[in-house]
Design a protein around this ligand. Structure first.
Ligand SMILES: *Cc1c(COP(=O)(O)O)cnc(C)c1O
Length: 246
């Protein structure tokens, strides 16, 4: 098979997977009485090549996400080099655990950072964004596990959200947009996302602009839509199963 045929084959595969995911989102919205226009699909492209991002942009995907700075920095540069339809309008989301020493790099390419979970990260990202001359949309990542058993996955305790929100609002180069969470393992995602919806409502009461709720992945996007998610972070259902990273 020629390179061109391989490329066309991959684009067709991604188009079919994207159609299937969009159909799931549409069905979930219909049963929740919501408009699909109020739900943004964020394609999580970690572990997949820049050429897949180019295909997705050509297929109408507007938002893509990465979770590791090194991979993301290189991929963003490669996507720009490859070029293509829709590339200039792409919004890049950073959804991984963020270290303070990566803030400078992330602030250069990310448009949205989903993983703000401690005050020192707010300061580091704000300063980095100011130095880069950029303004970033940020979400507060919440740990929904009631016993907070797996702190390696990140996320602030629910009780820390109001203070973190105030810190973001006070940061000149950051815009508070809402909350993000990953459903805890071994928990009913619907119950977890209902806790997130309650937290999101409390946050909105204090900060009307913080209306985004980033929740739901390939396996639980229906539960997230039912609980008011505005941003779905979908990886494997669009791109296929990830080659293991380590
Ligand atoms: C990888 C990842 C996803 C996507 O997961 P899938 O199950 O492949 O859809 C979503 N959110 C975060 C934070 C991730 O790291």
């Amino acid at each position: 098979m020629s390179d061109g045929a391989a490329t066309q084959g991959r684009r067709a595969e991604l188009a079919a997977a994207l159609d299937a995911v969009n159909a799931r989102v549409a069905a979930a919205c219909a049963s929740a009485g919501r408009s699909p226009q109020d739900v943004t699909l964020v394609a999580v492209t970690k572990a997949f090549p820049a050429s897949d991002v180019v295909h997705l942009a050509a297929l109408g995907v507007t938002d893509v996400a990465e979770n590791r700075d090194q991979e993301a920095s290189a991929k963003v540069a490669e996507v720009v080099r490859l070029g293509g339809c829709g590339i200039d309008q792409l919004r890049w989301h950073f959804v991984g655990q963020l270290q303070r020493n990566k803030a400078t790099a992330v602030a250069r390419y990310a448009d949205v950072v989903h993983s703000i979970d401690r005050p020192r990260l707010v300061t580091a990202l704000d300063h980095a964004a100011q130095r880069a001359g950029r303004r970033l949309d940020v979400l507060l990542q919440v740990d929904l596990d009631p016993v907070r058993a797996d702190t390696a996955r990140g996320g602030a305790a629910p009780g820390d959200v109001p203070g973190l929100a105030d810190a973001v609002v006070a940061a000149a180069a950051l815009r508070l947009r809402g909350v993000m969470a990953v459903a805890p393992r071994d928990d009913d995602p619907r119950a977890a996302f209902e806790r997130l919806a309650a937290l999101a409502a409390q946050l909105r009461a204090d900060h009307a602009q913080a209306r985004w709720v980033s929740a739901g992945m390939s396996g639980d996007l229906e539960a997230a839509v039912a609980c008011g998610a505005t941003h779905l972070r979908v990886g494997s259902a669009v791109l296929g199963s990830r080659p293991s990273l380590r």
